[in-house]
Design a protein around this ligand. Structure first.
Ligand code: DOR
Ligand code: ZN
Length: 347
């Protein structure tokens, strides 16, 4: 079937974004706001966003960083720590500040040192979230150094997530940035309880890309990309008719110098190219008709929000995006994600 020259869909939302703060926020916010109507904002700042007042103030800084002509709604999340205060969780939800809370297992990834060391320690907070109807967003990797980095997601499902689902029967959970066929199957096995977000980068390359011709730090993120069979499972899930899977870019800016060094940071900055890469994947799978559900409908339905009314159009034309953006206040750049394969869509 010939591809259409354009595709028009409701404005998409991004259900997993790192916008950072200060100079990085100033440089990055516009790129997410150009493409998406709303975004779930990750709270892994230094220090992390754990209080309602901190989240309100951060939301204002984000709004101030977005150009006035763009309509963009930041949806705030609470960073769960050991002993998270149930009253603070409930209050933030009631006051319309928290949309969800984020579970980082301690030391799983960037700025997760204050994360949760044992699920027992957040049980009271999770009970409050169940009552308040507040979803839990999960970085699904175990942190045990004896578990191979490529197995950390699969082990998490069995050791942590399955018991958590049993213990908190009323809790809705998003398994963020799934990277394995086990992750796909686990989400599918829990309709009504579980959603799964999928990034553009995990759809477009497998782990070989990280090492093709040398170490390529801009392909390194956590959870790390897995084997090809897992990438194919993610592509099937994203383009399937299941409403459990939705868009979450996990765009995670780090300045180029902090990626291209002896111990490079984890994270792929994909905000300027996100919808173009998703469109490419859906076109390659012959499923462009499902892009709107994945990008603009399934996420709002999971969170109980209306979809955006505005429409946006993607054009079948060679990708038109910079290979890096500037962070003027730091005199540094952030490298923009580019898959090795062609992207023939423009936003
Ligand atoms: O690659 C990643 N980068 N994974 C995460 O979970 C966090 C993120 C970041 O904040 O840089
Ligand atoms: Zn993330």
């Amino acid at each position: 079937m010939p591809l259409p020259a354009t595709i028009t869909i409701r404005r998409p939302d991004d259900w997993h974004v790192h916008l950072r703060d200060g100079p990085l926020l100033a440089a990055c916010a516009v790129h997410t706001a150009r493409q998406f109507g709303r975004a779930i904002i990750m709270p892994n700042l230094v220090p992390p966003v754990t209080k309602v007042a901190e989240a309100s103030a951060y939301r204002e800084r984000i709004r101030a960083a977005v150009p006035k002509d763009l309509r963009f709604e930041p949806l705030m999340t609470c960073y769960l720590t050991d002993g998270a205060d149930p009253a603070e969780l409930t209050r933030g939800k009631t006051e319309g500040v928290w949309v969800a809370a984020k579970l980082y297992p301690a030391h799983a990834t960037t700025n997760s040192a204050h994360g949760v060391t044992s699920m027992d320690r957040v049980a009271k907070g999770l009970e409050a979230m169940e009552k308040a109807g507040m979803p839990l967003l999960v970085h699904g990797e175990v942190t045990d150094p004896d578990v191979d980095i490529f197995d950390r997601e699969a082990v998490f499902l069995e050791k942590v997530l399955a018991p958590l689902l049993k213990r908190h029967q009323g809790l809705k959970i998003v398994l963020e940035h799934i990277t394995t066929r086990e992750g796909v199957a686990f989400v599918e096995a829990h309709p009504g309880r579980l959603g799964g977000t999928i990034t553009p980068h995990h759809l477009s390359y497998n782990r070989n890309a990280i090492f093709k011709g040398g170490i390529r730090p801009h392909f390194y993120c956590l959870p790390i990309a897995k084997r090809e069979e897992h990438r194919l499972a993610l592509r099937r899930a994203a383009t399937s008719d299941s409403a459990q899977f939705f868009l979450g870019t996990d765009t995670a800016p780090h300045t180029t110098d902090t990626k291209e060094c002896a111990c490079g940071c984890a994270g792929v900055f994909n905000a300027p190219v996100a919808m173009q890469v998703y469109a490419q994947v859906f076109a390659e799978e012959g499923k462009l008709d499902r892009l709107e559900a994945f990008a603009s409908l399934n996420g709002p339905a999971f969170y109980g929000l209306p979809p955006n009314e505005e429409r946006v159009t993607l054009r079948a034309a060679a990708l038109d995006a910079p290979d890096h953006i500037e962070v003027p206040a730091l005199a540094k750049t952030i490298t923009v994600f580019r898959p090795d394969t062609p992207v023939d869509w423009s936003f």
